[in-house]
Design a protein around this ligand. Structure first.
Ligand SMILES: Nc1ncnc2c1ncn2[C@@H]1O[C@H](COP(=O)(O)OP(=O)(O)OP(=O)(O)O)[C@@H](O)[C@H]1O
Ligand SMILES: [Mg+2]
Length: 283
């Protein structure tokens, strides 16, 4: 797959049809002791869309994601993924459900003792369904899919740049050919060029593989470039979930601060190219 240079222009793919919800979160409450993280979160994610989740640090973005993928139990409320409630499944069914999504955790989290190719191959080896030569071939394909080459296969995580680490983590998330991809701060810590390259990669993968993507990000450029809809977590709830142009009109202090500050205005100009919005490379 060729990876073309990124631009700051928003993805113009048609928005997916509503109604086909891949993820349904209803009246979710999550508490740790007396500390309330979520108090009535409602959110649907539709097949084929890129939904971004934003919110202040500690607002519960990662905890929401961990509940959706069944790593944590809600205090109350319900979560369905592909129509199934992960908390009610037996372990074999839960594993089958987990194989339908890929996860890139905040921080990348590669296994430092495993080479690049072994990191990518890990989910396939855990399946115990394929001979090792096929696993290696599949892992190599995924490596190429994220813009790396066979020469990178035997490198160790400590030898990789930040951008390469993120790509390897993404290749591992794609190892089982998921329909749904969760990305937690995928561009955090990358320089602007590496970040743009990563954004373009996600855009291409989404187009080619028809992925549904749930992405947590603080980065406005990434948000603007990729999102069909943005969900805003604040006050322990989702206070808005809509295309970014509509979200910015919602009267909420976090939205004002996040989307309407000076830094935000620069990123938002990319949504209005006809009125002289920022061009790629322009700061
Ligand atoms: N296992 C846990 N036990 C107790 N509190 C927790 C636990 N996990 C998360 N929390 C708390 O839940 C709140 C939400 O955390 P979370 O990691 O979801 O924030 P976040 O929105 O992802 O923040 P950031 O943008 O900094 O990544 C925080 O106050 C955190 O301390
Ligand atoms: Mg987080």
């Amino acid at each position: 797959m060729t990876v073309t240079p990124a631009t700051a222009t928003p993805d113009v793919s048609p928005a997916p049809a509503r109604g086909d919800a891949v993820i349904e979160v209803h009246d979710l409450v999550k508490r740790y002791g007396k500390a309330v993280v979520h108090d009535g979160v409602n959110l649907d994610v539709y097949r084929g869309e890129v939904l971004s989740i934003v919110g202040g640090s500690g607002s519960g973005k990662t905890v929401l994601l961990r509940q959706i993928v069944g790593l944590e139990r809600p205090t109350s409320g319900s979560i369905r993924v592909f129509g199934e409630d992960p908390t009610r499944l037996k372990s074999a069914q839960l594993q089958a459900l987990r194989n339908r999504w890929g996860l890139q955790f905040q921080g990348g989290a590669l296994f430092s003792a495993l080479s690049v190719i072994d990191n990518i191959a890990l989910p396939l080896r855990e399946l115990r369904a394929l001979p090792d030569n096929l696993i290696c071939q599949a892992a190599l394909l995924k490596l190429q899919m994220v813009g790396l080459t066979a020469r990178d296969a035997d490198k160790m995580p400590s030898d990789l740049s930040g951008g390469m680490t993120k790509r390897v983590a993404l290749a591992r998330a794609l190892a089982l050919e998921p329909e749904l991809l969760f990305l937690d701060e995928p561009t955090a810590g990358l320089d602007p060029m590496a970040s743009d390259g990563y954004v373009e990669l996600i855009r291409e993968l989404r187009r080619e593989l028809g992925l549904t993507v749930v992405m947590i990000t603080h980065d406005l450029d990434t948000l603007v470039a990729l999102s069909d809809r943005v969900a805003v977590l604040a006050d322990h709830k989702v206070v808005a979930a809509a295309p970014i142009e509509e979200v910015v009109k919602v009267d909420h202090p976090f939205i004002h601060e996040y989307f309407l500050g000076e830094r935000a205005q620069r990123a938002m100009q990319a949504l209005q190219p006809a009125s002289g919005g920022a061009q790629p490379g322009e700061q």
